[in-house]
Design a protein around this ligand. Structure first.
Ligand code: DWN
Ligand code: ZN
Length: 410
């Protein structure tokens, strides 16, 4: 049994996926034999209500030059980041010399909007390959992990920040106390720390077990965020639901007492209690639903293959690594996975080694079924894949449940 990364209370483990490869490292055949694997398991802390991985892969294994995810890989997310940037500029960057920092700035998809308006900004991003793209977009980037040393360095060179941002990254940092201490040091007295992450209530409600993979150390909810950051004098002052990545939450935190706390925070605290997010039984039920999904998906795909149907994967997402390996799917089941990211094409899916092919192949091809691994981008994908359905193709989905459909709603 491991102890909670937030409060050190023993964790109740509720689901293990077995040994999994690194979700965002797509191997070439020369890497197959020595592919790194580690147990992927998740647990719930009854002390602070944080859902978290119980076995962590070292950060250096995850975020380096092999990192395959580029934030700008969907139109929907580009739009979302523009809205996020506008929201921050309008509410939290009050003067001409305001300063904004983004943790895990990836390819600069968010900060580019600040850079275009000549707002003082800095992206802190440990993966050099994606940070280089940000630099080309005019985004000032520092290739470092975000920790107290980096925060102190930035404070010396740039001064304190009016806003510190994080999109789908704070949940990636196991040393969450270091994040909180770094924010405390770098944030101006009236500044805000705003971050987004998939919301645990939606992950549970949708049986989105594929959100669980090596990078997601934490599965945040309002209770767990309050319990985690209040220890460091950071107060949750606002929350906003966002329809990205399967249903996310935007959390706004500030130094204690600096901002008024909105009623929405209280409402969600009550709601989470009603939803059962504060008790282990809810997560045990989720684990049973995940196992059922796994068995149904494997059975469905195996049956279709026995009928000689051609099945491909749509989008080589990090999430797909969990689904494919948990369900024991192989190139016998899935002929290839189509993906629009050039850096992923020509590589193979982690663990199962299914070839990843350019999207153009999918457009020319006539598969009978495509497994929608990027279900969180369903609106964007349905809009552009009408021809796939016209040609007689069908989607295989597994969130919120396993089904064959012609249309998917996000
Ligand atoms: O937290 C994380 C989230 C934000 O992004 C990271 N840990 C890693 C990553 O997770 P993911 O890979 O599951 O993210 P997405 O956004 O669901 O997947 C994007 C992938 O899908 C890219 O490889 C591009 C591909 N894609 C595609 O081939 N066709 C995406 C769309 C919208 C498409 O039409
Ligand atoms: Zn805890």
């Amino acid at each position: 049994m491991s102890n909670c990364l937030v409060c050190d209370h023993p964790i109740d483990s509720f689901l293990s996926f077995g040994n999994m490869p690194i979700a965002n490292h797509l191997p070439m055949p020369k890497h197959f034999r020595n592919e790194f694997r580690a147990e992927l398991a998740v647990g719930f802390c009854p002390g602070c209500y944080m859902v978290q991985l119980t076995n962590l892969v070292e950060q250096e294994h995850l975020y380096n030059d092999e990192y395959a995810f580029f934030s700008g890989s969907s139109k929907g997310m580009s739009k979302h980041f523009q809205e996020f940037a506008e929201f921050i500029m309008q509410h939290y960057l009050p003067t001409d010399d305001s300063f904004v920092v983004e943790v895990g700035s990836n390819d600069g998809i968010l900060l580019q909007h600040m850079a275009k308006r000549n707002i003082k900004h800095l992206g802190i991003e440990p993966s050099a390959n994606v940070a280089n793209i940000a630099t080309k977009r005019g985004v000032e980037s520092l290739v470092e992990f975000f920790n107290v040393t980096t925060a102190e360095k930035v404070k010396q060179t740039h001064g304190q920040a009016d806003a510190i941002l994080g999109a789908n990254v704070i949940c990636h940092i196991p040393d969450i106390h270091s994040v909180a201490k770094s924010v405390k040091a770098l944030l101006k007295p009236n500044g805000v720390f705003v971050f987004e992450a998939p919301y645990i209530a939606n992950t549970i409600r949708k049986t989105a077990f594929d959100q669980i993979y090596d990078e997601h150390a934490f599965f945040f909810g309002v209770h767990s965020v309050v319990n985690c950051f209040s220890r460091h004098g950071l107060e949750l002052v606002d929350v906003m639901e966002r329809n990205v990545h399967g249903g996310s939450m935007r959390y706004v935190l500030a130094h204690k007492g600096a901002h008024e706390v909105t009623s929405k925070v209280k409402q969600l605290l009550v709601l989470e209690d009603h939803l059962g997010l504060l008790k282990i039984e809810t997560y045990q039920d989720f684990a049973k639903s995940a196992e059922k999904s796994r068995d149904q998906l494997k059975q469905l795909i195996t049956g279709l293959r026995e009928q000689g149907k051609k099945i491909v994967g749509y989008a080589a997402t990090a999430k797909s690594a969990t689904v494919i390996n948990y369900c024991g799917l192989t190139p016998e089941h899935i002929k290839y996975i189509s993906d629009t990211t050039p850096a992923k094409q020509g590589r193979y899916s982690p663990g199962a080694h299914i070839p990843i092919k350019p999207y153009e192949i999918f457009k020319q091809d006539k598969p009978d079924y495509a497994i929608l691994f990027a279900w969180n981008h369903a609106d964007e994908i349905m809009a552009k894949e009408k021809n796939f359905i016209k040609r007689g193709g069908k989607w295989i989905v597994f969130v919120p449940e396993v089904a064959i459909v012609e249309n998917v709603k996000q």
